[in-house]
Ligand binder design. Structure first.
Ligand SMILES: [Zn+2]
Length: 581
């Protein structure tokens, strides 16, 4: 009977110099795993990046095994490449405490020259020198300790093939044959897999940046060719005005004390309540950022989803009205998912991209938008349109607020049926809502203090179910299995006394409304009218007509559902074709 020790792999394991294998692995892994470990341990990002770095470091065994005689030379050459690219990532981490990503390349290459050199000059602070020196010395020491593997040709080839099979061949087979993904998606998946490892952050970062840039350019060219809105009129024409649109993220109004939540999660907005117009029955049409905003910011809606490509957007509309426009965002910039968002941002005159993390589940605070907002307010341009896009209460909730906002820690105010893990999730979500309250109220205070004439609207792109809907076992969002908290969003408005003296009537504040039609409300508030304007779709218009609150994928009209009542979380969504009763 052939024992395992006679098998080629067994022979390798028995005969191979384990110290040699370990010395090689440590050398390759050092350049990626160390940084991923620091990112993970400092709670900057999730475990998956570390896992990918650990796995992908095995890849370098392949050239070493195949060019076995030249182990020292091959490892030195690979080492130089890994060392150089890791310097960029480490330098970036030292300054920003974040992982390098394609968004960094975008911001560095697309920003104007002054900003780029500012960016680069930040890399050269004095204490980087000892950090780099230590890093270089340690890498050299690891290389010095590398030993040659003593194996047969057969073993070297089998191990190389096995590594290639696990890291490349099987994943590609799985994505194409089992998961039936498109070529684009397979490329995207593979790039994402290798990205956490040096030197691939730089390579994939640049490839993805080029790909997204092309897509975006196409969308922008298409947008530039659209005819303007017809018979355009502006009742405030040539008068100074500042209009602000604050887009929140993943905030279910059911978790805001402003909307009656038991915990005091929105103390600042509560306090300024008599200055605000708080809408009580506004819903999102889709539970995902891009899909939701594609309707909020354009004429596209659940019945006409493609109008976002063929009619001007809200940003185009404001430009047509002669406003200088700004897009200040704390959301990720260049990812395949966010191409549409970045395209929207490029339809404004000035952009500030604050979030360069590789994955959305990374630590990033919305307070970063306050200074750029202040700067935009101070811009002497007489007519300004400012969009602020927050990260709000996006997963992972604990990454959304600084420690001083960690106020909800126990079970106080929560249902007794919730277990420890659920309580933990709700507590971190409520803390994120508390921090969001600080950011949104601060934006309003700053706007008010600037004494500029205009208004500010805040809404969340969609909600989030945080064990809210019965039987309280759902967290997150799922369009296929919709629950009310995924759609019930906050929407509020603040007007300068000059723009509007009276408050919006309660009867109007209580109208059921889908954000899919928001462009009509915005135009109405801004005093704009044109042929495409439909007053019955404006929440604040006397001609307003309540329309079905459609949710679901607009590409499957027969499966669309409708939100019937929003007062509690039970029995409130039904098939659109059946209607509400
Ligand atoms: Zn979102």
């Amino acid at each position: 009977m052939a024992t395992f020790s006679q098998h080629p792999i067994g022979k390798f394991m028995a005969s191979a110099n384990w110290k040699a294998a370990l010395s090689l692995y440590l050398f390759f892994a050092y350049f990626s795993v160390l940084l991923q470990l620091i990112l993970f341990l400092s709670h900057s990002t999730r475990f998956i990046g570390l896992r990918q770095a650990i796995v992908m470091s095995f890849f370098w065994f392949v050239p070493v095994l195949l060019l076995h005689k030249h182990t020292k030379l091959v490892t030195a050459l690979i080492g130089v490449v890994l060392w150089a690219t890791s310097l960029v990532s480490i330098g970036y981490f030292c300054i920003y405490k974040q992982e390098f990503s394609q968004s960094v390349i975008f911001v560095a290459l697309e920003s104007n020259v002054a900003e780029s050199s500012e960016y680069i000059s930040q890399y050269f602070v004095w204490w980087m020198v000892p950090v780099f020196a230590l890093h270089t010395f340690f890498a050299y020491w690891l290389w010095r300790n590398i030993r040659q593997l003593k194996t047969t040709v057969l073993v070297r080839w089998s191990v190389s093939l096995a590594i290639l099979f696990v890291l490349l061949i099987y994943p590609i087979f799985k994505y194409t044959q089992i998961d039936q993904k498109s070529t684009d998606d397979v490329v995207e998946k593979m790039l994402t897999n290798i990205e956490p490892a040096a030197p691939w952050q730089l390579v994939t970062g640049y490839v993805q940046y080029r790909l997204q840039l092309n897509n975006m350019q196409r969308l922008l060219e298409n947008n530039a060719k659209l005819p303007p809105l017809q018979n355009f009129k502006d009742v405030h024409a040539n008068k100074p005005a500042t209009l602000v649109l604050v887009i929140g993220e993943s905030t279910n109004r059911g978790h805001m004390s402003l909307y009656g939540y038991g915990r005091k999660t929105t103390p600042n907005l509560d306090e300024m309540r008599n200055k605000l117009n708080v809408f009580s029955q506004v819903v999102a049409s889709r539970p995902y950022t891009i899909e939701a905003l594609q309707q909020v910011l354009t004429f596209g809606d659940q019945e006409h989803p493609d109008l976002y490509l063929t009619k001007p957007s809200l940003m185009n509309m404001m430009k047509q009205a002669g406003y200088k426009s700004y897009w200040i965002t704390n959301q990720q910039t260049v990812t395949k998912r966010n191409t549409m968002l970045t395209t929207f941002s490029m339809q404004t005159d000035e952009q500030v991209y604050l979030n360069n993390t590789r994955v959305q589940d990374s630590r990033q605070y919305d307070g970063d938008v306050l200074d750029p907002f202040e700067k935009a307010l101070q811009d002497p341009a007489p007519r300004k349109f400012i969009v602020v896009h927050l990260l709000g209460t996006h997963m992972k909730y604990i990454y959304r607020y600084p420690p001083e906002f960690n106020r909800f820690k126990d079970k106080a105010g929560l249902a007794s049926i919730l277990d420890k893990e659920q309580v933990e999730a709700i507590n971190t979500y409520d803390n994120a809502v508390l921090y969001n309250d600080f950011v949104v109220s601060d934006l309003i205070h700053r706007f008010e203090a600037s004494k500029q004439n205009g208004f500010l609207t805040y809404f969340s792109d969609h909600g989030e179910d945080v064990y809210d809907s019965p039987p309280r076992n759902v967290i997150g969002r799922n369009e296929g299995n919709p629950t009310l908290p995924m759609y019930t969003i906050p929407m509020l408005m603040w007007f300068s006394p000059e723009w509007r003296t009276d408050r919006i009537a309660q009867e109007i504040l209580d109208r059921p409304y889908s954000m899919a039609h928001f462009i009509h409300t915005w135009a109405d508030l801004a005093g704009l009218s044109f042929t495409e304007f439909e007053p019955q779709k404006s929440l604040v218009n006397p001609a307003f007509e309540p329309l079905p609150l459609l949710i679901g994928q607009p590409q499957k009209p027969k499966e669309l559902k409708v939100i019937c009542q929003q007062k509690n979380y039970e029995g409130s969504i039904s098939l659109a074709s059946k209607g509400c009763n």
